[in-house]
Design a protein around this ligand. Structure first.
Ligand code: EPU
Length: 428
C-alpha cells in the first residue's frame, strides 16, 4: 500500500493540465454497453476507477483497448454476461451505472448491491425505483439487484418510457435513467434531474450515438427512446475536463499562498467554487480553457455549503476545508449531500488544525500553524485534503492509504512536483 510523503511548507506556482473527468468517463464507458458498434473515448483518465470499469466491462465480454489521448475503444458487440459481481462493485460504487444499459439492451442485469462506504450509507433505492418506473421488474436477492424486462415471445422485452421525478437529486441515478431511456420505447421525462456537467457530457455522447435528448444540464430532461444506437463512428467522444481535479490544484495553490494555473479547464463548470475562492481573497482569473488562482496571505475565512450543481460541489468540500485552516477567522463548512463526509477533519486536527465537527457542519478557526505528521486517508477527496494540508505544514507529512487518491487523481505526485512541491510516493 503506497503512501505520499509531502514535505512542506512549499509555495506552488506554475501550470498543470487537468485530465478528463473520472465522473464523466465512467458513465461514458457504461454507454458502450448500449451498442454493438465500437465506442471511442478520448482523454479517459489513467485512474484506478477507470481500470475497474474496464475490468467490469471486460468480464461482460467487452474488449477494452487503448487509452488516453489516442482513445479508449470499447466494443460491446459480443456481450457474454450481464452481471456486475460484488468483488468489483464493492471497490467502485459507480459500477451501478451498468444497470440501465444492460437492462435496456439485453432485458436483464444482475448487479451487486454496493454497500456502504466511508462517506455514508449511499443507498441505490432511487436507481431501482427508476428502473421499475421504466417497466423493469426488480428483486433484491442475496446481495444482488436482479432486474429484468418481461419477455415478449422469444425476445427479451424492452423498457418503456416514463415520467421519473427524483425526490433527491442523484447524479449517477440521473445518468442510469439517461442510459436506459435511450433504448426504451417512447418518451422519458426526468424531473429534478442532476444538472452536473458530467450528466450533460453523457447526453452529448448519447446524442452522438443517435439518441434524442433534450434539456441535459437543466433539471428536466426528455429522452425519446430509439431501437438501436450506433457507435462513435470516426468521431471520438472527448471526455470533458475534470472540474474537481481543476479545483483541487487551485486549492493546492491557494493553501500554499501560491499561484497556479490549470489548463484544459472549463471555468464555467466551477462557478460556485471559484466564487468561494474569490470570497476567500484569492485572485481568480479565467479564459477559454484555463483558470488561474493567485493567493494572498493569509486567506479570508469563508463559509460554504455543499449543494447539487450549480452549488458548491461536495467533491471539493474537503479540499476547501483544508484551505480554510490557513484563513484568518472562522469558517463554517456545511455538507448537505453526504451524512459522513468530514473524516478528514480529525486527521487535519492531527496536523494542528482547529476544526470542530457537529452534525453536518464543520467550524474551522484559522490560520493554524500546521505541522507534518502521519495521517491516514479515508476516501478519495479526504486524501486530497490531507495532501493539501501537508503542502502547507512544516516538515514531513506521510499520507497513508493513497490508493484512495489513485482512484481519482492521475499522477498527482508528478503534477504537484511540477508546481514546486516536495511530494514522493513511497511504500507503506
Ligand atoms: N441517494 C439516495 N438513493 C439513491 C441514490 C442517491 O438516497 O438511490 C442519495 C445519496 O446517498 C446522497 C445523495 O442522494 O445523499 C446524492 O448522491 P448521488 O447519487 O448524486 O451520488 P452518486 O451519483 O453516487 C456522484 C459522484 C460522486 C459525487 C456525488 C455528488 C460519480 C461516479 N460519483 O455520486 O463523486 O460526490 O455524485 O456530487 O459520478 C467522487 O468523485 O469523489 C465522488 C464521490
Amino acid at each position: 500500500m503506497d503512501a505520499f510523503l509531502v514535505t512542506g511548507p512549499s509555495r506552488l506556482s506554475g501550470t498543470v493540465r487537468a485530465a478528463g473527468a473520472k465522473n464523466a468517463a465512467l458513465p461514458a464507458m457504461a454507454a458502450a454497453l448500449l451498442t454493438d458498434e465500437p465506442l471511442v473515448l478520448e482523454d479517459a483518465p489513467d485512474l484506478a476507477d477507470v481500470k475497474t470499469m474496464r475490468t467490469l466491462l471486460a468480464g461482460m465480454g467487452v474488449s477494452p483497448r487503448g487509452s488516453g489521448a489516442t482513445g479508449l475503444v470499447l466494443d460491446a458487440s459480443r456481450v457474454t454476461s450481464t452481471e456486475a459481481p460484488y468483488d468489483l462493485v464493492r471497490t467502485m460504487r459507480a459500477s451501478i451505472l451498468v444497470l440501465g444499459p444492460l437492462l435496456a439492451r439485453f432485458g436483464e442485469a444482475r448487479v451487486s448491491l454496493p454497500g456502504g462506504c466511508a462517506i455514508g450509507v449511499r443507498p441505490v433505492d432511487l436507481h431501482i425505483m427508476a428502473m421499475e418506473a421504466l417497466g423493469a421488474r426488480v428483486a433484491v436477492e442475496k446481495g444482488y439487484i436482479h432486474a429484468y424486462v418481461s419477455r415478449v415471445g422469444s425476445r427479451h422485452g424492452r423498457l418503456s418510457g416514463a415520467r421519473i421525478a427524483f425526490p433527491t437529486v442523484t447524479v449517477t441515478g440521473t445518468e442510469n435513467v439517461l442510459l436506459a431511456a435511450a433504448l426504451a420505447e417512447g418518451r422519458t421525462t426526468i424531473e429534478n434531474a442532476a444538472r452536473e456537467p458530467e450528466v450533460a457530457d453523457l447526453a452529448r455522447l448519447l446524442a452522438a450515438m443517435g439518441a434524442s435528448v433534450q434539456g441535459a444540464g437543466t433539471s428536466t430532461i426528455t429522452i425519446e427512446g430509439i431501437e438501436r444506437l450506433h457507435g462513435t463512428r470516426g468521431v471520438p467522444h472527448a471526455i470533458l475536463p475534470d472540474r474537481i481535479e481543476t479545483g483541487t490544484y487551485l486549492a493546492a495553490g491557494a493553501i500554499t499562498g501560491g499561484d497556479v494555473t490549470v489548463t484544459n479547464a472549463r471555468p464555467a463548470d466551477l462557478g460556485s467554487f471559484l466564487g468561494a475562492l474569490t470570497a476567500a481573497g484569492v485572485d481568480v482569473s479565467r479564459g477559454d480553457g484555463w483558470v488561474r488562482a493567485a493567493a494572498p496571505e493569509p486567506l479570508r475565512a469563508t463559509d460554504v455549503e455543499t449543494a447539487p450543481h450549480p452549488g458548491f460541489p461536495t467533491d471539493l468540500q474537503a479540499q476547501f476545508l483544508a484551505m480554510m485552516t490557513q484563513a484568518r477567522g472562522t469558517s463554517r463548512i456545511v455538507e448537505t449531500i453526504f451524512e459522513n463526509r468530514f473524516l478528514h477533519a480529525g486527521e487535519l486536527v492531527r496536523l494542528g488544525a482547529d476544526v470542530r465537527v457537529e452534525g453536518r457542519m464543520a467550524t474551522v478557526h484559522g490560520p493554524s500553524r500546521l505541522q507534518g505528521a502521519p495521517v491516514t486517508a479515508s476516501d478519495l477527496r479526504a486524501s486530497a485534503a490531507l495532501v493539501l494540508a501537508g503542502l502547507a505544514a512544516e516538515g514531513p507529512t506521510r499520507v497513508r492509504r493513497i490508493y484512495h487518491l489513485d482512484r481519482g487523481y492521475a499522477a498527482m505526485d508528478h503534477k504537484l512536483r511540477s508546481l514546486g512541491a516536495a511530494v514522493e510516493r513511497i511504500p507503506g
